[in-house]
Design a protein around this ligand. Structure first.
Ligand code: C5P
Length: 316
């Protein structure tokens, strides 16, 4: 496999582009470690309007290229979920994974926003379309679950409750637009390390089975950001991985404080971090919070995004 930074150029070769959203975990309730090392979750996923575009182009072998500001941080070997997705889909249909996958990356890398998962889901859909393999939607979801716990949600988007390790989805009702601001940190955090730190911090106490907060689900359904913020406040912010992320990256406390001081209704680490997510009252509050965060020196950049966003979809 080779790496590079240019998208496929030839107009004569067939290609398919799929757009896939990032996610924020509005609530992430984490249970004790299971025998297989994973943790059972009550994972309230919300897709947000930051996107990666994955283009699948006919090729003689499998190769991955990436463009975008953080392209250098994205692997182009088979540790990239997009490459794994092509391999799994090809194997299901008894064919070679001959495809050039180009990822135009806009989702923060290793940021707790499911950027890698998005690329897996995007590549799966793009290859299915390019190869004309017409995989059954349930089977596509099964391949997503094999790729990673967050990948099925990247395919469906919107809002969903993820049980099991996060892969068993139930669609949730959500009313938008909800405005979020994301503070992108320097460098990423490793998801397994954050879960490991969660276990270390939980040692000696009983971790309850994870359950979604009915108030959070109600507030998502009504689309009132103040209600959602109040519901998150009542469950200590909503993200059980947040103390672990803060323990590994104490500087995130200053980021959360800067967003709160700028008027965010709720401030939380996104998933395993280190991206921090801020819920805004409306569009203009979101712009103010983003400007304040960018000026605060507590993050690398700030992005505004609306939710809910649609799941993976063919756009070209
Ligand atoms: O499923 P995925 O490959 O995204 O998981 C990455 C790592 O995160 C796992 O190897 C595991 O350490 C941790 N994880 C977990 N419980 C989950 C999801 C992920 O412990 N429900």
């Amino acid at each position: 496999m080779t790496s590079g930074s240019t998208p496929p150029a030839s107009a004569a070769v067939r290609s398919v582009t799929v757009r896939v959203p990032a996610k924020v975990n509005v609530q992430l309730a984490v249970g004790p470690p299971r025998p297989d090392g994973f943790h059972d979750l009550a994972n309230v996923f919300l897709a947000v309007g930051l996107y990666d575009d994955v283009t699948a182009t006919e090729a003689d072998g499998l190769r991955v290229t990436v463009s975008g500001a953080d392209a250098a941080a994205v692997p182009t070997d088979t540790s990239n979920l997009a490459a794994r997705a092509a391999q799994l889909l090809a194997a299901r249909h008894g064919r070679e994974p001959n495809v050039h996958l180009h990822i135009a990356k806009d989702i923060p890398v290793a940021g707790g926003m499911a950027g890698g998962s998005a690329d897996g889901a995007g590549a799966l859909l793009a290859c299915d379309e390019l190869w004309g393999t017409r995989t059954d939607p349930e089977e596509l979801l099964g391949i997503c679950a094999e790729l990673g716990s967050d990948v099925p949600f990247s395919l469906v988007g919107g809002a969903a409750l993820g049980r099991g390790r996060g892969e068993r989805l139930t669609t949730l009702s959500v009313k938008g637009p909800l405005y979020w601001v994301f503070a992108v940190a320097d460098g990423g955090l490793s998801t397994p390390e954050v879960y490991g730190e969660f276990d270390r911090l939980a040692a000696g106490r009983t971790v309850p089975e994870p359950d979604p907060s009915p108030a959070v689900l109600d507030a998502l359904g009504s689309g009132d950001p103040a209600d959602l913020a109040a519901a998150l406040g009542a469950i200590d912010g909503g993200n059980d991985l947040q103390p672990a992320a803060l323990s590994l990256r104490p500087a995130l406390a200053a980021t959360l404080a800067a967003g709160t001081a700028a008027g965010a209704l709720a401030a939380l680490v996104s998933g395993s971090g280190p991206t921090c997510a801020f819920l805004a009252a409306d569009e203009s509050a979101a712009a103010d919070i983003a400007a304040a965060l960018a000026a605060s020196g507590t993050c690398r950049k700030a992005r505004v995004a609306q939710a809910p966003a649609p799941g993976a979809a063919v756009v070209g």
